[in-house]
Design a protein. Structure first.
Length: 198
């Protein structure tokens, strides 16, 4: 039951985009089409989950015992960059159309603050999102998977809404980013309601 609560809280209550406001650049840039949003969501899910798991292991097994926790940010960035390169090579090899659709946003996953923010939040911060002093590997894995699935869910839903909005006449002053930000605000208010469930 604890893992279900962690996953639900990570996906809906502490959503990385709508509550923590991490990763807004790719969120707004890639969410114009459902196909590219789904591809970005899957890539970010893979990178966040695996890099957070590896970052947690390195932090607890290497950095803390050797008292070199001040290197955590550098180590986390190296882990994240490695996974992004792996994802980029896989997508380029198996789907050139998805690779070109994601464009510059794919390598930007390395600098996406959502990826680094999740690793730091769950691993380094003493008062982490789970309410325990040192989270277990299972808690970290479920939290990272939940956060990344929440990212993928929101970016996909947002892209579906944006595709539907193209069929309706929108005043010129609201077209593009202004209506996208208004839509994101409405989605954030809906997700705030999930906080009362937990």
């Amino acid at each position: 039951m604890e893992y279900i609560a962690i996953a639900f809280g990570a996906i809906f209550v502490n959503n990385v985009i709508l509550k923590q406001f991490y990763g807004l650049c790719p969120f707004l840039g890639v969410s114009t089409k459902k196909s590219s949003a789904l591809s970005m969501g899957m890539a970010v899910t893979f990178v966040i989950t695996l890099s957070t798991m590896i970052a947690h292991l390195l932090y607890t097994q290497v950095l803390v015992p050797n008292e070199i926790t001040y290197l955590s940010t550098i180590v986390f960035i190296l882990v994240i960059a490695s996974f992004v390169q792996l994802v980029e090579m896989i997508i380029k090899k198996f789907s050139a159309t998805v690779y070109s659709a994601l464009g510059v946003y794919l390598p930007l996953i390395t600098t996406n603050c959502a990826v680094l923010g999740v690793a730091i939040d769950i691993t380094v911060n003493s008062q982490n999102k789970l309410g325990t002093a040192v989270p277990t590997f299972g808690q970290v894995t479920i939290y990272a998977l939940g956060i990344s699935l929440g990212y993928a869910l929101v970016i996909f839903l947002f892209s579906a809404i944006r595709e539907e909005m193209e069929a309706y006449p929108i005043k010129r002053n609201y077209q593009g980013i202004p209506i996208a930000l208004i839509t994101a605000f409405i989605m954030a208010m809906i997700f705030v309601g999930f906080g009362g469930i937990v």
